[in-house]
Design a protein around this ligand. Structure first.
Ligand SMILES: [Zn+2]
Length: 279
């Protein structure tokens, strides 16, 4: 079996979902490393109006990630941040775009503390994947730029949740203006290729095969949401190990080293080989 195998973006929800059981499915199928994203704050703790709500969201995620790490042959790391769609919920609750921006930036400040103080590996930010008014779009871009500033300061990567498409050159230029190298910006939920950030390719067969045939660094993910109300809405936690097995059979072993060893080292500074326990 090919090792290591990293799912770059999966959620574990110990409040409403399967939590660490889903990580066990991943490990049983051959998976070794996970980046665990916090579920949006409203799923875990309800309405958030200050730093404490975000802190609680992140603590729940750090805790379930530690338990997942214990059962994996490799490791799990939390990636913490503020879901871009929170802005729309805040507007519905009477916030102005500026007030919403400030609160979301506060949430990112807390996420950056978790990176600086140890448990978290990276920050998540971005902007809505649906159409919004111009002032909301601008506020969202300000939130994202704040994430870049924080990441540059604490020395970590940023995972982005954004609209679809391939050209994110402008976004990585903003990151560089903030002092964050473009190879520390990851576009979550990508197709086989994006211009600018590192692609975290959603693990559909065709997109993965195309990514393998290219030379660019890339990562693999499921975006498993661990939501009992939406079973089968997304790829399950066994998908990345299954796809890796298939891709190795197809002759893409080098590309698998690229996605599971070289790119994680380059983007996050993690060593997925050294963190495998000998059995
Ligand atoms: Zn996600």
């Amino acid at each position: 079996m090919f090792e290591p195998i990293l799912d770059n973006h999966l959620h574990l929800d110990p409040v409403n979902g399967r939590g660490v059981d889903a990580a066990e499915d991943f490990a049983n199928r051959g998976g070794t490393h996970l980046l665990v994203l916090n579920k949006p704050s409203w799923h875990l703790v309800g309405e958030v109006d200050d730093a404490d709500g975000f802190r609680e969201t992140f603590e729940i995620t750090v805790d379930v990630t530690e338990r997942a790490s214990d059962i994996l042959p490799g490791r799990a790391w939390p990636v913490l941040g503020v879901h871009p769609a929170l802005i729309s919920q805040l507007l519905d609750r009477g916030y102005t775009p500026t007030e919403a921006r400030d609160l979301m930036q506060t949430g990112l400040d807390v996420a950056a503390e978790f990176v600086a103080d140890g448990p978290a590996l990276a920050i998540k930010s971005g902007r809505p994947h649906y159409d919004v008014d111009e002032d909301v779009w601008e506020a969202s871009n300000d939130v994202m730029r704040h994430a870049f500033e924080l990441a540059a300061e604490v020395g970590c990567a940023v995972q982005l949740h954004t609209e679809g498409g391939e050209d994110f050159t402008e976004v990585v230029e903003w990151a560089e203006d903030c002092g964050l190298p473009r190879e520390r910006v990851v576009k979550h939920f990508s197709g086989s290729h994006v211009e600018g950030p590192i692609a975290s390719v959603l693990s559909n067969k065709e997109e993965l095969e195309t990514a393998c045939q290219r030379e660019d660094p890339f990562l693999m993910e499921t975006d498993f949401i661990d939501d009992p109300d939406r079973p089968g809405a997304v790829l399950g936690p066994k998908t990345v190990p299954k796809r890796v097995e298939w891709l190795v059979e197809e002759g893409y072993e080098d590309a698998m080293s690229r996605a599971h060893v070289e790119t994680p080292a380059r983007v996050y500074g993690i060593d997925t080989e050294a963190t495998l326990t000998e059995e």
